[in-house]
Design a binder for this molecule. Structure first.
Ligand code: SF4
Length: 387
């Protein structure tokens, strides 16, 4: 079973960042703040201002916008009416295609039937729920603010409200996790039958409380062999249940691949709104100021909220696109790459590429370059050689 990914290069996505959470999870290194709920109203107004400014910018004219992704943080921590209003305004400000994908990220204990109904009425057609694990002990060790039961209830509530496209986020390699508890989490997820599953290995990031716990041996992570076993059973269980792996960490039922993510891996263009959000405008990376208070203040002072603008050379943009594109199981189209960058990937990488092919890590087939099945668990090491 495989999917054909359509070329989105002439289309554009939008990412809105809502950096507020109820509590901070112990492993979290994302741009998110707990205990700043009183700032949400002003922040949403600032977001609306940035949206208006960018909608009037010449770069946005004549484009077709095909996806809107509201991520966080926890977007559903916002007042439903205010969040719904922001989504409607964003959809009206840009020329969206007739059937855009509109995703909102959520956490189980921030969903209510009013919240879900309001999201649907605002045009949201895809819900992503951060579940991470269905084992209560694992959730506790991660510092998650919800239980496994609440995750299931949130899923059913979303289905009953009318969401027909739901993603669940799960993580493996967790403290005290075993192959068996990971299997149980996967099987519970499969029983719920979401359209999409994002499955990431827990990364212990410096500066997080989890990193200190691990350093002080107060928290033990599973051995890498166990993590490899977890990865092996993942593909097996999900493929048996009708999910196709279309990216290293993402699985979908037919027709439910995430368009926002595909655009990201194909290194397409998208606008990034909100604190710390990164936009990619035809290869130019625009990063907004990280701190939500400074972001709001700058917008209110009619100043630009950018902290960095980086223009990649054609070669650097090409290499970045190769690295990101190889995360998708179908790989990259050699013809598309040549048309887009005027660079032939086979000639460009020459001997390096041949060595990877000889070692059976990369495959050239039907006009595509892709990672071999055996290279998937080693993807990062392989991709490093193409940077
Ligand atoms: S819910 Fe997500 S963004 Fe918020 S603290 Fe936890 S991991 Fe970070």
């Amino acid at each position: 079973m495989s999917f054909v990914v359509t070329d989105p290069f002439d289309q554009t996505g939008i990412y809105l960042h809502i950096p507020f959470c109820r509590t901070k999870c112990l492993y979290c290194s994302f741009n998110s703040y707990a205990g700043r709920e009183d700032e949400i109203y002003a922040y949403l107004q600032a977001l609306e201002q940035q949206i208006k400014r960018m909608a009037a910018h010449p770069w946005s004219q004549g484009r077709t916008f095909f996806s809107l992704y509201i991520g966080g943080g926890t977007p559903t921590i916002c007042n439903p009416r205010l969040l719904g209003k922001l989504i409607v305004k964003c959809l009206a400000a840009f020329p969206f295609c007739v059937d855009p994908e509109i995703t909102v990220e959520s956490n189980p204990n921030t969903l209510s039937s009013v919240q879900l109904q309001t999201l649907l009425e605002s045009g949201v057609n895809r819900l992503s729920i951060g579940v991470q694990s269905f084992a209560s002990q694992e959730l506790k060790l991660l510092g998650r603010s919800h239980t496994s039961k609440e995750a299931c209830q949130a899923f059913f509530m979303a289905r009953n409200a009318g969401f027909t496209n739901i993603n669940l986020d799960l993580m493996y390699g967790l403290p005290r996790q075993t192959v068996n508890t990971w299997r149980q989490s996967l099987e519970t997820a499969v029983e719920l039958a979401p359209e999409h599953l994002s499955l990431y290995e827990l990364m212990v990031e410096d500066g997080t409380p989890l990193a200190s716990l691990v350093k002080n041996k107060e928290c033990v992570l599973p051995h890498e062999d166990l993590v490899a076993d977890m990865e092996n059973i993942t593909a097996e269980i999900l493929q048996k249940n009708g999910y196709c792996r279309y990216e290293i960490s993402n699985y979908a039922r037919p027709g439910s691949i995430c368009r926002h993510n595909i655009n990201y891996w194909q290194n397409g263009s998208w606008l990034g709104f909100g604190a710390g959000a990164v936009g990619s405008l035809s290869g130019m990376k625009v990063t907004n100021i990280h701190d939500s208070r400074i972001y709001t203040k700058r917008i209110n002072c009619r100043l630009e909220p950018f902290s960095e603008i980086e223009c990649l050379s054609r070669q650097a943009h090409f290499r970045e696109t190769v690295i990101m594109g190889l995360r998708m199981l179908q790989g990259i189209s050699l013809e598309e790459m040549e048309n887009r960058f005027r660079i032939n990937p086979v000639l460009y990488y020459g001997r390096t590429l041949q060595k990877l092919i000889d070692r059976k890590l990369l495959v050239l087939e039907n006009g595509f370059m892709r990672l071999s099945d055996s290279a998937l668990p080693l993807a990062n090491q392989v991709l490093l050689q193409l940077v």
